[in-house]
Design a protein around this ligand. Structure first.
Ligand SMILES: C[S@@+](CC[C@H](N)C(=O)[O-])C[C@H]1O[C@@H](n2cnc3c(N)ncnc32)[C@H](O)[C@@H]1O
Length: 405
């Protein structure tokens, strides 16, 4: 079964058109997609399409020059909204850094904004890490991070920065990843009458189509497992992340002792794969327009899907990490001290940024905005103490973790 033909450049008339150099880049990405469709025998699995348009070196959305973050980009993340987010995270991480004498590892640091806020806040708390390690696969983003952090950090803090090429050998301290798991390519599947079907991208006259083909191998097995576990009805479309278990195994091997804080939008599996949510959660972001056409603007728009936090927790446990906490972002930030941080800022006087910060805090906390759509998971190895952010009502039971698949 096939979907409609999509001309990747036919965007709605009220969207800002990409500037000529971005369009030229997009056409190079489209040529690479065309070659990949051909190389795959005419039907490119959706996860391979997503990997290419997001992460192919020098081509993908994250690895090439798209603006991405902030008002002039495509989407806004919490650290781009306000430095209070980093200050709260610092309250969580400081006891770990202080007690272990260890480092901080930030995975997927984006523009570098969270690194800036975290390092300054940890320093202010008297717990600057020995090293602040940044693990960023995109060369373009590594450059952006270097520029921002060189400009804005004191020489003493700058000296603690270290960009890593891969997982560290034996890491002690605190690991943080904000909105990283949602950038992992997903397999898109459908529960068909004859079994599990896999979404693929195929060539068509005037563009590309998304079609569902009978799935085999790991895609069929993954879809069947989810369909049986959550009793998914025929026609249900969903996504899952094939890279997650391997990534988590790498993280668990790297972490000798410490705590991992994962922040992302998503839900526990039983809520994400509810029979009523039949269309999946794949979304696309282009210049603050959120839509559901992943074949548009290859390399120029972000593609993302809700994180299945049950899958994250199970991958973590199987890799040897303890699931220490699972709370909404609102609960996390309130327990980590966002009100005190805002009050301290307000006491400095009603500067021009105060109103904006108040708006940002609302966005971070309101249930319909980021407060409950984002979740925070704490993973631990060799760490027992409760941390600021995680002392409120735990939602771990909502994950319905199973010991074995
Ligand atoms: C949506 S951005 C979030 C950036 C930043 N953490 C923030 O909150 O603004 C996703 C980030 O994750 C990075 N990323 C994607 N896949 C990754 C992976 N497998 N390992 C590490 N980083 C990854 C991207 O290059 C990018 O920096």
């Amino acid at each position: 079964m096939t979907g409609a033909v999509v001309d990747p450049w036919a965007i709605p008339p009220d969207w800002p058109p990409p500037p000529p150099e971005a369009l030229a880049h997009g056409r190079r990405v489209a040529a690479a997609v065309g070659a990949a469709i051909e190389a795959s025998g005419g039907a490119l699995p959706f996860s391979a399409y997503m990997e290419l348009v997001l992460h192919a070196p020098g081509l993908g959305y994250y690895s090439a020059g798209a603006r991405k973050f902030g008002p002039a980009g495509d989407f806004v993340t919490a650290p781009e909204l306000t430095s209070l987010f980093g200050q709260c995270l610092a309250n969580t991480l400081a006891p770990v850094v202080a007690a272990t004498g260890g480092d901080v590892l930030e995975i997927g640091p984006g523009s570098g904004r969270l690194a800036l806020d975290l390092l300054q806040a940890l320093d202010a708390l008297g717990a600057p890490p020995r090293r602040y390690c940044l693990l960023e696969p995109s060369a373009e983003l590594r450059e952006r991070q270097r520029t921002l952090l060189q400009e804005r950090l004191s020489p003493a803090l700058r000296a603690r920065l270290e960009w890593l090429e891969g997982w560290p050998a034996s890491f002690v301290g605190a690991v943080v990843a904000n909105e990283v798991l949602d950038a992992f390519p997903v397999e898109r599947f459908r529960v068909g009458a004859e079994g599990i079907e896999q979404a693929c991208v195929v060539q068509a006259e005037g563009g590309w189509r998304l079609c569902f083909r009978p799935a085999g191998g790991r895609v069929a097995a993954g879809g069947r497992r989810l369909a049986a576990r959550y009793r998914l009805p025929p026609g249900f479309v969903g996504e899952w992340s094939p890279a997650l278990p391997g990534w988590m195994a790498g993280l668990a091997r790297a972490l000798h002792r410490g705590v991992v804080v994962l922040v992302d939008y998503g839900l526990p599996g039983p809520e994400l794969y509810r029979a009523e949510r039949t269309g999946g959660s794949l979304r696309c972001h282009y210049r603050h327009r959120v839509h559901d056409e992943p074949l548009l603007l290859p390399g120029l728009q972000d593609l993302t899907a809700d994180v299945d936090f049950t899958a994250v927790a199970e991958a973590a446990q199987r890799a040897g990490l303890q699931v220490a906490a699972f709370v909404t972002q609102a609960a996390f930030l309130i327990d980590a001290g966002i009100e005190a941080a805002f009050t301290a800022l307000a006491r400095e006087g009603p500067g021009p940024g105060l109103w904006q910060t108040a708006q940002a805090v609302r966005t971070l906390l309101l249930p319909g905005e980021m407060g409950e759509r984002f979740q925070v998971m704490g993973l631990a190895k060799g760490w027992e103490a409760a941390l600021p952010g995680f002392r409120g009502r735990s939602r771990v039971e909502k994950l319905a973790i199973e010991e074995e698949p």
